[in-house]
Design a protein around this ligand. Structure first.
Ligand SMILES: *Cc1c(COP(=O)(O)O)cnc(C)c1O
Length: 408
């Protein structure tokens, strides 16, 4: 067996499908976000503006968060030193779980190493806790939810994206006495659309199902205290399990679920991905506590964030650039072709100092390749004007369709 050739072939296949990923080597600059320095392969560097960060509110440089992290390192040292069960539960972990439970109006929360791990560990173990469980899963759910549902090995039904009629037909067709769970997201991060939470909750009630909501792209960003879309829509109490990340709007790292104490206690007791891994470093958990507390009390940051997103959408529209419909802070612009998408992204970076990753198949359907912009409160009008100017040039240069579907 030529092992190396097998690895090479696997990568060639990814390349042939236009899915080969090249990472941009960035130096972030504290206090100067979203500016960063990009280092090319040849070692030369260029100053750029980051337009695709999930540090949606710039909390990654908030002095309140950084001070808490510095203090926690000085007080505790670096790592936690163990799993949660074996010396790895510091006071910062306990404090963060209480803070998150309070954020979501639940009486318990449970930390995981990341949002991915939270989804994978929690969803897979629900099949063990609820024998015969059927999970009803939105077709556009994140890879981590799909992994959890597949790894759980039980029955699953996939409903068309945000299609409550289809969901209802699947619920109605399932045995009345089977345990059921609806797994979905609030903000879907590639299109920027938002699920009908109240409608989903109503269906769950009618058919006796539990609800599991991924609010990863909404925590910190929606609702008067930043608890997410469920808080904004007034249905937080009706969602059984809320899952979130500390790595996006909260600007640190880690994942969690918040739910009733009995649910959390069962998942804590059975989920392999929670039990058998070293807990997060105390400094990260301390930083997350500070960040969650800060965003609970600073709704004005969310107001500015939404205004920035609306302003960018309008500037793109006014320039005739094909901004896709989005009801959230996510601003996708349609390119509609994988080669152009990569080319425009490369030229934006090299020629205009604009960093935005191309989003191609299989992350999005073929023909809907796009650039996905995430303006933050730190993206100025001037940065937006520079961006729109660069995009107009490239759209003409590459002859890409503008609004109304015609090429310039
Ligand atoms: C990013 C993401 C996750 C994973 O969260 P991490 O903390 O980055 O591991 C889960 N769900 C969705 C919808 C995401 O976009």
């Amino acid at each position: 067996m030529d092992y190396k050739a097998a690895f090479r072939t696997a990568v060639e296949q990814v390349r042939a499908e236009g899915r080969y990923r090249v990472f941009a080597d960035l130096k972030r600059h504290r206090g100067d976000f979203p500016r960063a320095t990009w280092t090319r392969d040849d070692g030369s560097a260029k100053d750029i503006v980051v337009w695709c960060s999930n540090d949606y509110l710039g909390q990654g440089q908030n002095p309140v968060v950084l001070d808490a992290m510095h203090a926690a390192i000085d007080a505790n040292g670096s790592g936690s030193g163990g799993t949660r069960n074996i010396s790895g539960t510091t006071h910062h972990h306990v404090e963060l779980e209480a803070e998150l439970a309070d954020l979501h109006g639940k009486n318990a929360a449970l930390l995981f190493t990341s949002g991915y791990v939270a989804n994978e560990a929690a969803l897979s173990v629900l099949y063990k806790i609820l024998p015969g469980l059927i999970i009803f899963s939105d077709e556009l759910n994140h890879a981590s939810m799909i992994a959890g549902i597949r790894n759980g090995g039980g029955q699953r039904k996939i409903f068309r994206h945000n299609d409550l009629e289809h969901l209802e037909s699947l619920l109605a067709a399932a045995p009345v006495d089977a345990p059921k769970l609806i797994a979905f997201e609030s903000v879907y991060s590639m299109d920027g659309d938002i699920a009908d939470l109240a409608g989903t909750v109503a269906l769950a009630k009618t058919y006796g199902a539990m609800t599991y909501l991924d609010e990863v792209h909404a925590v910190g960003l929606y609702g008067p205290r930043g608890a997410g879309v469920a808080e904004r829509d007034g249905v937080m109490a009706e969602i059984d399990i809320i899952e979130g990340t500390l790595g996006k709007a909260f600007g640190v790292m880690g994942g969690y679920i918040a739910a009733d104490a009995e649910i959390v206690d069962a998942i804590r007791s059975y989920a392999s991905g929670f039990i058998f891994t070293t807990s997060l470093p105390p400094a990260l958990t301390a930083g997350a506590v500070a960040s969650v507390r800060y965003l609970k009390a600073h709704d004005e940051v969310r107001v500015i964030h939404q205004e920035r997103a609306e302003t960018l959408k309008k500037m793109f529209r006014d320039a005739g650039l094909p901004v896709m419909p989005s009801v959230s802070h996510i601003v996708p612009v349609l390119v509609g072709d994988p080669v152009h998408c990569k080319m425009v992204s490369d030229m934006l970076l090299e020629d205009h100092g604009v960093y935005v990753q191309p989003i191609n198949y299989p992350t999005v359907p073929r023909g809907t390749e796009r650039l996905r912009f995430t303006p933050t409160p730190f993206h100025t009008d001037e940065m937006m004007r520079d961006l729109v100017g660069a995009m107009e040039k490239l759209w003409a240069h590459c002859n890409i369709a503008r609004l109304g579907g015609v090429a310039a």
